[in-house]
Design a protein around this ligand. Sequence first.
Ligand code: NAP
Ligand code: GDD
Length: 357
Amino acid sequence: MNLQKIAFITGVTGQDGSYLAEFLLKKGYHVHGLVRRTSTFNRGRIEHLRNKNPPGKNTFELHYGDLLDFQSIDSLITHIRPNEIYNLAAQSHVAVSFDTSEYTSQVNALGPLRVLQAIVANGLSETCRFYQASTSEMFGKVLETPQTETTPFSPRSPYAISKVSAYWTTINYREAFNVFACNGIMFNHESPRRGENFVTRKITLSLAKILAGQQEKIFLGNLDARRDWGFAKDYVEAMWLSLQQPQPDDFIFSTGQQYSVRDFVREAFSLCGFDIVWRGSGTDEVGFDKNTNRVLVEVNPSFFRLTEVDTLLGDSSKAQNILNWHPKTTFKELVNLMVESDLKEAGLDPRKFLKPC
Ligand code: NAP
Ligand code: GDD
């Protein structure tokens, strides 16, 4: 009898999917990933996981499909018969969701519904566990701080609204169809694999390009937004732990520490010897290097959001107590590892640019 566990990851080409695939492969899982057809190469984050084994013995397999296409999801689940499904696929950019609200809802709200429908239609309710990538964005205009599993939602974007729908769909399939379905309510988590248009990666990549002489300065939106930023690699373990419990449940995953975009800029630039101070206010505010007076940060209102989430701070006590999950990487360590990686990306030697702590 084959006791190897089979996992199916949607969103495997994304930041979290790539770390989760690595994590599950190390645990001995047979991992199947959903990839969608794109006109440019979208497998950069998982390329290193491919073709380690001879054909027929490959424990990492990719399949074309799309969360918008029920037939593709249904037939893959029929074929794979997974023990665990991690639904990470999403249109995950909050700002973009204002321009593509219907599409965002189709992927993020109806996508998980399609996966759950396919689990039930294939008679896998008893044998296949389901993880939904829920988000702190659901707390939006926060109604209490810190946010816990009982804090009411107050979503402020089409993205957040779509994720609230998916959150309740997950709970409904747990209650109505007896699926072992869990929500991981994750606060922001970042890494060198973070998409380049999320603020942390935008900052670290721009810093590296400025040092490489490829960019003059960085343009940002709301510098005062505050987030609870963790390291993505720590968070994929939490996804797995959620599905290893005796009973399905929903958990917050966060660091419990909060910093502003401004703090992130200062921390990243200081690692490379800049001392960023701020001058002016509103859209005229600039960040300049105190040592050289050079302006390195400017505000561009095009990066402001129609409705902003000003502050997010999570309390992950439940996950710490029940799952024994703890974030391992500090804010400073996170910024450091992202800066180091982007210096390399820009063709620079980190040893020459990173100041010793
Ligand atoms: P990401 O890097 O943007 O990855 C998203 C993944 O979804 C990519 O693999 C993407 O494929 C895939 N995808 C998008 N639309 C799809 C569709 N229609 N059908 C199939 N696949 C599709 O996001 P992430 O940061 O890894 O986040 C993973 C999940 O966690 C997302 O659901 C996100 O909303 C949620 N989340 C993230 C955070 C965070 O801080 N990172 C926090 C809370 C929740 P392509 O590579 O082809 O684009
Ligand atoms: N992207 C971006 N670009 N954000 C900026 C910029 C900029 O130039 N300048 C300031 N910000 C502010 C945004 O307004 C927001 O308040 C904050 O920086 C973080 O923005 P993002 O990095 O785009 O992340 P997010 O918090 O909106 O969403 C991420 O985290 C969610 C969890 O809370 C995404 O990963 C979502 O998918 C995830 O659910």
